[in-house]
Design a protein around this ligand. Structure first.
Ligand code: AMP
Ligand code: ZN
Length: 488
């Protein structure tokens, strides 16, 4: 396979050429969602980024086995070994089975991934379906003397491990600094070392999700699930492992330690970390309460939004920033992205109508090369998009009869759109995308104008009736300072 894909590898802190272990096969593991509540836009950014990488690898001709797990057990509040299980807490609150919580939010997650036109992974294993595998790995780690059991809980021995291995390889942080930053142990603690973490946790009688094990009734720790499922489906050594940057210091650091303690191998050759989506420069997170839900973006039903946005405009907004940079969410930024996205789509429509000439004034093959160079440079979608806007300029110039293109070049432009816009970035050019030109948009403008007239005539009964009837028909009207907007 000839390509020149380079990936920034968190493990080596370098941009490296991507060389799969067993080309054309590629194994890729991405930490999936913890399904105890709705996914927010930040989670979506991470999964959309990995979908774009998956799509590019497929486009290059690799046969990719893409495993993205569902975390449906073991993830405790605060991401530590103490505290309530996130699923059980929600289940108790709503008086339902934890598995009802899991089912509800797994289905919701898949719907949202569908809304954003992401491809389903090859395998989507759930932690609760792999309890035996997690126990087997835990047993082996104990056997290899890197873990110990106390009162039904099994801890990973970080100090012991660090004697022969570099525990902080992934973050390059100093072990002493980690120790300094961690809580001092007191009489309440069972574990031997401050940095030790649980592979298996003894269940209290009131705990809802629990299984028998060689160490008594309990449940697995959060980190061991990814070691178990990646090893099961991709082997002890595979190509790519990904997740959000917030997972790097603990979850992924512990995952590497577990795998090495289990079988002597660090699991993945390349580690990829996506950066955070922020709101007012603060990371979007469920616990901070600044989450924006994907459906709120579509309906516009959130105080931060002036209107609803098409999911593809939101996806385009994400693609305009490199996955490794933070992306600050704002309504103004989204408005800009929406306009740019519609311009790209309009230009694609125009491309279908332009006619060929005997010669070309532009080098389209060179432009295609630049698009590949952008993607090969650590999936650089913002540079790719800048190149795609070159196609917009060219298409408009041909349409205005200022320049000419041959049929071969027109066909190549169509291929560039198909490959990079639709197949790799996974954007869709459906009719809704051309909302600005559609008949529906014109009708809606008419209706909104009638409503404004009614309001101006102080006929509030009529203006409310228009809004309510539209609501009944599934159209949400939002009044802003620059007039009313609508969304479906
Ligand atoms: P969770 O459901 O909390 O397990 O998170 C699922 C994925 O979303 C993980 O890879 C996280 O790193 C990622 N994630 C969480 N918050 C954000 C954010 N604000 N921006 C980007 N990714 C995030
Ligand atoms: Zn994981």
């Amino acid at each position: 396979m000839t390509h020149n894909l380079h990936i920034h590898n968190t493990l080596t802190r370098k941009k490296e050429k991507f060389i799969p272990i067993n080309s054309p096969f590629v194994g890729m593991y991405v930490c999936g969602p913890t399904v105890y509540s709705d996914v927010h836009l930040g989670n979506c950014r991470t999964f959309i980024s990995f979908d774009m990488m998956y799509r590019y690898l497929l486009h290059l001709g690799y046969t990719v086995r893409y495993v993205r797990n569902i975390t449906d057990a073991g993830h405790l509040e605060g991401d530590r070994d103490e505290g309530d299980d996130k699923f059980a807490k929600k289940a108790k609150l709503l008086q339902v089975e934890p598995m009802e919580i899991v089912q509800k939010y797994t289905v919701g997650f898949r719907e949202i991934m569908n809304l954003y036109n992401t491809l389903p992974p090859s395998i989507e294993p759930a932690a609760t379906g792999h309890i035996i595998e997690q126990q087997e790995i835990t047993k082996k780690i104990i056997e290899n003397k890197f873990a110990y059991e106390i009162n039904g809980t099994v801890y990973f021995d970080v100090e012991k491990y660090s004697k022969t291995n570099n525990y902080t390889e992934l973050t390059n942080r100093k072990l002493e600094d980690l120790l300094e930053g961690s809580r001092e142990l007191d009489g309440q603690d069972e574990k031997k070392g401050r940095l030790d973490f649980a592979l298996w946790i003894k269940a209290k009688p009131e705990h809802l999700m629990k299984w028998p094990s060689p160490w008594g009734i309990g449940f697995p720790g959060w980190h061991i699930e990814c070691s178990a499922m990646s090893t099961k489906y991709l082997g002890e050594k595979f190509d790519l492992h990904g997740g959000g940057m917030d997972l790097q210091a603990t979850h992924h650091t512990n995952e590497i330690a577990q795998n090495i303690a289990y079988c002597g191998k660090s699991p993945a050759n390349y580690w990829l970390h996506t950066n955070m989506l922020t709101v007012k420069r603060q990371r979007m997170s469920k616990s901070l309460g600044n989450s924006i839900l994907p459906m709120e973006l579509v309906t516009g039903n959130n105080p931060l939004l002036s209107k609803g946005y098409h999911p593809m405009a939101i996806k385009f907004f994400m693609m305009q920033t490199h996955y490794s940079s933070t992306l600050d969410f704002s309504d103004e930024a989204l408005q800009g992205s929406e306009k740019a996205f519609y311009r790209l789509m309009e230009s694609y429509k125009t491309l279908q109508t332009i006619s060929a000439a005997a010669s070309s004034n532009e080098n389209i093959a060179e432009l295609q090369k630049k698009c590949y160079e952008a993607m090969d440079d650590d999936f650089n979608t913002p540079v790719l998009i800048a190149n795609l806007f070159e196609t917009v300029r060219i298409i408009n110039s041909v349409n205005d009869k200022k320049i000419n293109l041959t049929q071969t070049d027109i066909d190549l432009l169509k291929k560039i759109y198909q490959d990079f816009v639709f197949d790799i970035m996974g954007l869709k050019a459906d009719e809704e995308n051309s909302k600005s030109n559609s008949a529906l948009e014109k009708v809606m403008q008419l209706v909104l104008e009638m409503r404004i007239k009614a309001k101006n005539n102080k006929d509030f009964a009529a203006s409310d009736e228009i809004r309510n009837k539209l609501n009944e028909a599934g159209v949400v009207i939002k009044d802003g300072k620059d007039g009313a907007t609508w969304s479906i």
